[in-house]
Design a protein around this ligand. Structure first.
Ligand code: SF4
Length: 349
């Protein structure tokens, strides 16, 4: 389903989705890939939907279990960036997954009836095993990652989950788990819709996937001179050795950033000038740095505010945790009742 459809402008008969849930592993400072690939969309969604956005720290543990030390430090850093881009705690519930213990409980219940072959055929599982070959991921926790995701989503009875195309199988598995629970016990879970989000293809400054581990990211919080320097280092059209040679924006790794920062008219001009060898890459990237800095200036200003008010960030997380916990407790009471684990035997409130 395309995002425009959600707003009902083109298909008034499309069902109106109400609650959205999405999360991100704590990786510290957010980079442009995080911003254009998710956060910018999250910010738009909060205008029309009831949004739950969470820090997926238990998910981080599935791959970082040997050295989890940095995870907790990354959490406030990441949430500071979320707030800086404009996530509004009055509109969105921002919370930390591990603060809501009910996620672990629901994960356990779902784990009881999720068939292992469902998890083994998950394409992301196989890809990640290959990508992270230097880690020992032959673990129960890593195999069960999509079950934890299902618990995250269904805990809040989300109607929709904004994901890129590669995450669609996970939402599908969540729907299957919801169906299986509803069939086995009682129909309490809605089947969430995939809100297919177009994720722009952005690479790091060296042409590889933008990733902290490659050291090739442009961070939202980079000071102007650092950002300008990184833009200067960006790989452009490698088949254009000299300015006098015609270039091709479709081969250039800087051009997708232009697309996100300039109006179509300017893009057309740059494309024509690049192909006619009238525009050199140095000047072109200078324009890009200027446009980026201008567009990110309000974000950086808000970030300075939150850096100076770190307690406010923590308060926002605590309040979000309280709101999320309320919903989670309600869902778990229904789940226990449906499965037949009567609350009266529980000694802990
Ligand atoms: S002129 Fe601009 S679009 Fe063309 S190759 Fe150079 S940086 Fe890329």
């Amino acid at each position: 389903m395309a995002l425009e459809d959600l707003y009902g402008s083109e298909e008034p008969e499309a069902p109106k989705l109400k609650r959205i849930l999405s999360g991100m592993r704590p990786t510290g400072k957010m980079h442009l890939g995080n911003y254009y690939g998710a956060l910018d969309n999250w910010k738009r969604l909060q205008e029309d939907f009831q949004c739950f956005y969470f820090v997926a720290d238990w998910h981080a543990l599935t791959t970082e279990y040997e050295s989890p030390g940095p995870i907790s430090g990354y959490i406030p850093e990441m949430v500071t960036d979320w707030l800086s881009v404009g996530l509004d705690p009055l509109k969105s519930t921002i919370f930390v997954q591990s603060a809501i213990r009910e996620h672990a409980e629901l994960y356990l219940v779902f784990g009881m009836f999720t068939p292992v072959p469902w998890l083994e055929r998950n394409p992301t599982y196989k890809d990640q095993i290959l990508e992270l070959a230097h880690k020992d991921l032959a673990t129960y926790g890593f195999l069960g990652y999509p079950v934890l995701q299902a618990a995250d989503i269904l805990m809040y009875k989300a109607d929709g989950v904004p994901v890129g195309v590669d995450q669609v199988p996970h939402v599908e598995m969540t729907r299957e788990i919801a169906r299986r629970f509803n069939h086995l016990y009682r129909p309490i879970f809605p089947e969430p819709e995939v809100l297919l989000t177009e994720i722009p293809k952005l690479t790091g400054i060296d042409g590889r996937k933008m990733s902290k581990s490659y050291g090739n990211c442009i961070y939202l919080s980079d000071p102007p001179e650092v950002m300008a320097k990184k833009v200067r280092q960006m790989t452009t059209d490698t088949q254009r050795p000299y300015k006098k040679d015609p270039g091709e924006p479709d081969r250039c790794l800087a051009f997708p950033f232009h697309r996100l920062n300039l109006p179509q008219e300017r893009l057309d001009e740059i494309t024509a000038d690049c192909r006619a060898a009238k525009l050199g890459c140095v000047d072109c990237k200078k324009m890009l740095a200027e446009a980026l800095l201008k567009n990110l200036a309000p974000i950086q200003e808000r970030r300075r505010y939150y850096e100076a008010h770190a307690d406010e960030v923590l308060d926002i997380m605590h309040q979000g945790n309280d709101r999320a916990r309320q919903q989670a407790r309600q869902t778990m009471a229904e789940v226990r009742d449906a499965v037949g684990f009567n609350e009266k035997f529980q000694l802990v409130p």
